[in-house]
Design a protein around this ligand. Structure first.
Ligand code: NAD
Length: 375
């Protein structure tokens, strides 16, 4: 029998993305799946119900009751989990580190859930990597927000009224978001520098036409990620950075360490040493902040006139392209298991096994299992 794939309107305030786009719905139909959507499912991303060809439109409770697979952007609510059939599959951002009661509900309802954040970051997984696709949106938007708030042009201008010097922009953290931020700031004509604690980023930063700011700290961890800095390394980074920051007009911070609070990189004293009118956009504001004094969802001005912007929901601010990339990521993941319209999970495939959060009444992700047992 054809697998029934369901997507609902997202209910988290500010969330404008949709997990299933008309393009991906068509591809899933071609694979033999049946699609049931809540009415208005893509409205916040400008995808009208009529654009989802050959899909059924229903109410949320009716769609949930029929779902073999539920695709989501944000984690499903406890009510939605309770309304799913036992054994149904849920695929989306499940934030397993945040709400143990949600993981418990998925386990107890015997839902097979896949937390896309847990996807191993191997070459084969790149086309399914929601963290990367959404980080690219964040990096791009953060620079536009900074450019809008800055009291200066980004590019150099030669005009009859004289020459305008380009803005100096620093990008802190050169992962997926940071590299996209560097590319965007370069396209706007700024003089861009970037730094990261992973040494391999030097070449990546330079290949985008930016300068690598060497603060003398290297902290490559496992799996291509950064590790947390030691107290000594942190102090060295801060000392070198404090001096450098005085020269920048705009700073965008994107630093993260998986499974931990965002590292605090810029202190209030360092902000106090910056030029009046400088702008800092802190993408990490939602996860603790890279900058002392930024507040998630707010714009704050320091005593010396530095604007601190704590961004939230950045991928939702470009819901069309963010949804398109997200839905394609989910399609590429689902495709591993969808054959002739039927769903067969290959537990020998590490992408399936390692992304699984709950299955058959068990929590399959060890750190979450510990978290839930301690909650
Ligand atoms: P992330 O969001 O975890 O972190 C963002 C950046 O912050 C990282 O580059 C990290 O090194 C940096 N950082 C952490 N602490 C810092 C500090 N104290 N000071 C300065 N910078 C600091 O990272 P990400 O963007 O998700 O990607 C991390 C790595 O994973 C990269 O090597 C990327 O190329 C790799 N990756 C691989 C795949 C894949 O092959 N499927 C997909 C995406 C990313």
């Amino acid at each position: 029998m054809a697998t029934t794939i369901v997507a609902l309107r997202e209910t988290v305030p500010g969330e404008r993305r949709v997990a299933l786009t008309p393009e991906v719905a068509k591809k899933l139909r071609a694979k033999g799946a049946r699609i049931v959507l809540q009415d208005g499912v893509g409205a916040t991303a400008y995808f009208a119900d009529g654009a989802y060809a050959d899909c059924e439109v229903s109410s949320a409770p009716d769609a949930l009751a029929q779902a073999d697979v539920l695709l989501t952007v944000q984690p499903p609510s406890l009510e939605q989990i309770a309304a799913l059939r036992e054994g149904a599959v849920v695929i989306g951002h499940l934030q397993p580190h945040l709400a143990p009661e949600r993981t418990k509900a998925l386990r107890d309802r015997r839902i097979t859930s896949f937390a896309m954040e847990l996807l191993p970051r191997t070459t084969r997984a790149q086309a399914m990597d929601v963290l990367s696709s959404q980080a690219a949106v964040s990096g791009y938007k953060a620079v536009l927000i900074a450019a809008e708030a800055a009291p200066k042009f980004f590019p150099m201008l030669t005009t009859a009224a004289g020459t305008i010097r380009p803005s100096k922009v620093l990008i802190v953290g050169a992962g997926v978001a940071g590299l996209q931020a560097i590319a965007t700031a370069r396209r706007l004509g700024a003089q861009v520098e970037g730094f990261d604690v992973r040494p391999e980023t030097k070449e990546q930063i330079e290949s985008l036409g930016a300068k690598f700011l060497d603060l003398g700290v290297s902290a490559a961890g496992s799996g291509g990620y950064a590790r947390e800095l030691t107290a000594e390394e942190r102090e060295q980074q801060q000392r070198a950075l404090a001096e450098q920051l005085k020269a920048f007009d705009v700073v965008v911070t994107t630093a993260a360490v998986p499974g931990r609070k965002a590292p605090r990189i810029i202190s209030a004293a360092m902000v106090a040493g910056m030029k009046p009118g400088a702008v800092i956009v802190d993408i990490a504001a939602e996860t603790g902040g890279n900058v002392e004094g930024t507040e998630a969802g707010r714009i704050v001005t320091s005593a010396n006139g530095v604007t601190l912007i704590g961004t939230i929901h950045l991928p939702s601010s470009a819901p069309v392209h963010a949804s398109e990339m997200y839905a394609r990521n989910l399609y590429n993941f689902l495709e591993l298991s969808l054959k002739d319209g039927a769903l067969t999970l290959d537990w020998d495939d590490e992408l399936i096994a390692k992304t699984c959060l709950t299955h058959a009444g068990e929590i399959r992700h060890e750190p979450t299992k510990v978290l839930v047992s301690e909650a």
